[in-house]
Design a protein around this ligand. Structure first.
Ligand SMILES: CC(C)(COP(=O)(O)OP(=O)(O)OC[C@H]1O[C@@H](n2cnc3c(N)ncnc32)[C@H](O)[C@@H]1OP(=O)(O)O)[C@@H](O)C(=O)NCCC(=O)NCCS
Length: 210
């Protein structure tokens, strides 16, 4: 039975766990820095924290960081890479991923998502429920495409950016690093690093420190 360790016991973690079971992993155990206060994530056990996983990763066939926050996920992903852990890729069987797409380690593709031909996704990316990433998109490490968001062809998304639920991005648009695209936004122009954009057409709402 293939065993998967998930770091991050949250609602997002439960969705990753179910996608993993549906795609052939046999057993799931969670790790979370709220352990030992937190002992369960729904029906799954939480059996240790980050330090425990860093010292016991070799007891698992794969590990994956199931934290929705892009920068926490990226930090933990890099820590696991640094000790030589095998970072899994989880694709829900109802997702459609082109045979010509590339997915980096630690990436999850949830139920009903679609990733089209020649899309290239970095490490620790989330393509969430029903989201679509069209042809020739480039998603850098630690990007999160939230449920029901749609990227047209040739869209670039920079490190650690978060495209909110139901957002749409026009073809060929580049989104910088650490960008937040608000829920339902329609992005038709390039977005510089560290901006929050909202609305239709999307406009800058906030600038954050990098
Ligand atoms: C954009 C976002 C990050 C802003 O959050 P925030 O910094 O807490 O901002 P606030 O809620 O204080 O809103 C600030 C202003 O922006 C507006 N605003 C916030 N989100 C908006 C959105 N998605 N679309 C349009 N306007 C929005 C608010 O109405 C408010 O306007 P006002 O100042 O005129 O009253 C957040 O609202 C959002 O859309 N998050 C995405 C959620 C998501 O996709 N979750 C999926 C999880 S998998």
């Amino acid at each position: 039975m293939k065993r998967l360790a998930l770091l991050g016991a949250s609602g997002h973690g439960k969705v990753v766990a179910e996608a993993a079971l549906a795609s052939g992993w046999g057993a799931i155990e969670f790790f979370d820095d709220s352990w030992p206060r937190l002992l369960n994530n729904g029906r799954w056990k939480v059996i240790g924290d980050t330090a425990s996983l860093l010292s016991h990763f070799d007891k698992y066939d794969g590990v994956l960081v199931s934290i929705g926050n892009c920068f926490s996920r990226w930090e933990k992903h890099q820590a696991l890479e640094a000790v030589g852990a095998t970072l899994a890729i989880v694709i829900h069987p109802s997702a459609t991923v082109s045979q010509y797409a590339e997915l980096g380690s630690g990436t999850v593709v949830m139920a009903g998502a679609v990733i089209q031909v020649d899309a290239i996704l970095g490490r620790a990316v989330i393509v969430n429920t029903g989201a679509t990433v069209d042809h020739d998109c480039r998603l850098d490490d630690a990007v999160h495409i939230c449920p029901g968001a749609h990227l047209s062809g040739h869209v670039n998304v920079g490190l650690g950016s978060w495209v909110g639920v139901g957002a749409a991005v026009k073809q060929g648009v580049s989104i910088g690093e650490r960008v937040v695209v608000g829920a339902g936004a329609v992005v038709i122009h390039a977005v510089p690093n560290a901006q929050t954009v909202v609305g239709n057409p999307a406009r800058v709402a906030q600038t954050r420190a990098m």
